[in-house]
Design a protein around this ligand. Structure first.
Ligand SMILES: Cc1cc2nc3c(=O)[nH]c(=O)nc-3n(C[C@H](O)[C@H](O)[C@H](O)COP(=O)(O)O)c2cc1C
Length: 163
């Protein structure tokens, strides 16, 4: 019988939520009990045997609520296996692993988390058409680069490590 796994995520436009859901579904398929929640909905991690945390990347940074989650729960996360991922790259550089922001890097070291895994993201005209996207000139890079087989393979590696 495996311990319950938490998959916690931070998103702005939904792509990271779907990646977290896919990871959760794959872990469940492998026989683990899993809960998938937005980081802001998680009050404590004590009931989970392992934790996966993912955030969307904006301007090279993780979502602030994801950083806060790592900081607030660092002590408890340290005593359980933790996997981290971030979702972002799209367009021509979609397969390029993204630099881990320094605040996340420090917290990951403190927690003893596995190396951060990059997953390609998704940017759609309806959600990217806002002012920030336009100012960042990312509106030419619209597209869905999420690689579901790659995401499932990573979840299988987690499942194997937990078994
Ligand atoms: C304004 C803006 C800035 C972005 N900055 C980055 C970035 O620095 N690095 C990156 O890899 N992706 C960046 N992206 C792409 C997003 O991370 C990508 O669309 C991601 O899948 C969004 O996740 P979400 O839907 O969970 O919010 C940016 C997108 C926007 C709209």
């Amino acid at each position: 019988m495996s311990e319950k796994v938490l998959v916690a995520y931070a998103t702005r436009m939904g792509a990271t939520a779907t990646i977290a859901a896919a990871i959760g579904a794959e872990l469940r398929r492998a026989g683990h009990e899993v809960e998938v929640h937005e980081v802001t909905d998680v009050k404590a991690v004590s009931e989970y045997g392992a934790v996966v945390v993912g955030s969307a990347i904006y301007f090279g940074r993780w979502r602030p609520e994801a950083v806060r989650f790592l900081r607030d729960h660092a002590r408890e996360l340290r005593s359980r296996p933790v996997w981290l991922f971030h979702s972002g790259p799209i367009g021509p550089g979609r397969d390029v692993p993204q630099t881990v922001p320094s605040d996340v890097d420090r917290l990951a070291a403190k927690i003893g988390a596995r190396p951060v895994r990059t997953f390609s993201g998704n940017l759609q005209p309806d959600t990217a058409a806002g002012g920030r996207a336009r100012r960042a000139r990312v509106d030419t890079m619209v597209g869905d680069a999420r690689d579901w087989p790659q995401i499932r393979t990573w979840a299988d590696e987690i499942a194997a490590a937990l078994s």
